[in-house]
Write a protein that binds this ligand. Structure first.
Ligand SMILES: NC(=O)c1ccc[n+]([C@@H]2O[C@H](COP(=O)([O-])OP(=O)(O)OC[C@H]3O[C@@H](n4cnc5c(N)ncnc54)[C@H](O)[C@@H]3O)[C@@H](O)[C@H]2O)c1
Length: 356
């Protein structure tokens, strides 16, 4: 019998690509999403791209214990991938209660419902933002953590909750994956990143400038100690992130308790390198202007991605050109994203996160 995976936040950017990856590999997939930051249209696109439907999709808030429990009662769930969370760094500063409630509270509710239904395998979305003020070299899973904003603190708290729960319930298996900067889109151009308001991250902003939706990109600081002076990040193709989750499921049972892995490429890319690659791939100019550094930004955040390769024999395969090409394809085919939807805050979020 194929395994059934329950994917919270399955209509979102990373969740939707992971659903396709799971369907492509024979899993049954049940989605739970309240669409606070996604369109139900993404669910139709998942089925179209994969060529087969999701087992079910439930419009449920992960904080709603009774509704979530009913979902678990309706399906024989073998494992959970927990993406559902709020993720905008800037927004988390102005809406901290909402962030702690959804990200930490939602994870706690999920854990108690999983326990009630005897589901003991979980892959959790963590973030490189837990490292905060980075050390100078590539970040390993043992680098010190020092989150600098509420969003990042919710992710670290969730990791701590998961570690404590694993220490008490020996049967629980958890893999927490700290993503660096997921970008790109499904190569079909049917699925991609569809941010509400002003994009919080660099790649969708660049894509919107290239397509003419925005005038120019502000580059925050060109005086960092990096080769061209602009900030360096570790961009990872969203299909590599999706594949990483599918491979993670296969390794969940190898260790008891909780394990933490970075999910990055180990390659640093500066803002200007990304902008120039995007302009070359799209054949469109990307007007940009240097402005001052932004508070809280750091010069470089790059993963040491070797632990996951050593543990699983798996590595990322898609390069920056593929990331830009696929993001551009999605932008061209969906100039206004999927559709209109509700939003958490009244206004758009501002600024762009070094790592959400
Ligand atoms: N995208 C990044 O740069 C990045 C980097 C590191 C970690 N992450 C983490 O990865 C996960 C997925 O990120 P994403 O980029 O796909 O974000 P996203 O906003 O596109 O997807 C999150 C999904 O969760 C849903 N959701 C939010 N609150 C919910 C709730 N209470 N109940 C049910 N569904 C809810 C949203 O509607 C959305 O579909 C998040 O946990 C995020 O913190 C993202």
């Amino acid at each position: 019998m194929p395994e059934t995976v329950l994917v919270t936040g399955g209509a979102g950017f990373i969740g939707s690509h992971t659903c396709v990856e799971l369907l492509d590999h024979g899993y049954e997939v049940v989605v739970v999403d309240n669409h606070v930051n996604s369109s139900p249209q993404a669910l139709e696109r998942i089925a179209k791209v994969a060529g087969r439907p999701l087992t079910a999709a439930h419009d449920v808030d992960v904080r709603d214990r009774a509704a979530l429990s009913a979902v678990f009662a309706a399906h024989r769930v073998d494992a959970v991938i927990h993406f559902a969370a709020h993720k905008a760094v800037g927004e988390s500063v102005s809406l901290p209660v909402e962030y702690y409630d959804t990200n930490v509270g939602g994870t706690c509710t999920l854990l108690s419902v999983m326990r009630r239904h005897r589901v003991r395998r979980l892959v959790f979305s963590s973030s490189c933002s837990v490292y905060g003020e980075a050390e100078s070299g590539p970040l390993t899973e043992h680098s010190p953590v020092a989150p600098t904003n509420p969003y990042a603190r919710t992710k670290l708290m969730c990791e701590q909750v998961l570690a404590d729960v694993c220490a008490h319930f020996a049967e629980l298996r958890v893999l927490a994956l700290r993503y660096f900067n997921p970008v790109g889109a499904h190569p079909s151009g049917l699925l991609g990143e569809d941010p509400r308001g002003v994009p919080d991250n660099l790649m969708p902003y660049v894509a919107q400038v290239a397509v003419g939706r925005r005038e120019e990109l502000s580059v925050f600081g060109a005086d960092y100690p990096t080769p061209d002076g602009t900030g360096v990040r570790d961009y990872i193709h969203v299909m590599d992130v999706a594949e990483g989750h599918r491979v993670a499921l296969q390794h969940l049972d190898e260790h008891s308790g909780m394990q933490v892995f970075n999910l990055g490429t180990g390659t640093g890319t500066s803002v200007l390198q990304l902008v120039n690659t995007f302009a070359r791939v799209s054949g469109r100019p990307v007007p940009h202007r240097t402005v001052g550094r932004r508070a809280g930004d750091v010069a470089a955040l790059v993963a040491d991605a070797s632990a996951v390769t050593a543990a699983w024999g798996w590595t990322t395969t898609r390069d920056l050109t593929a990331m830009c090409r696929d993001a551009w394809q999605f932008q061209q085919l969906n100039p206004d994203g999927y559709s209109s939807r509700s939003s958490l805050a009244a206004g758009p979020t501002t600024g762009e996160s070094p790592c959400s």
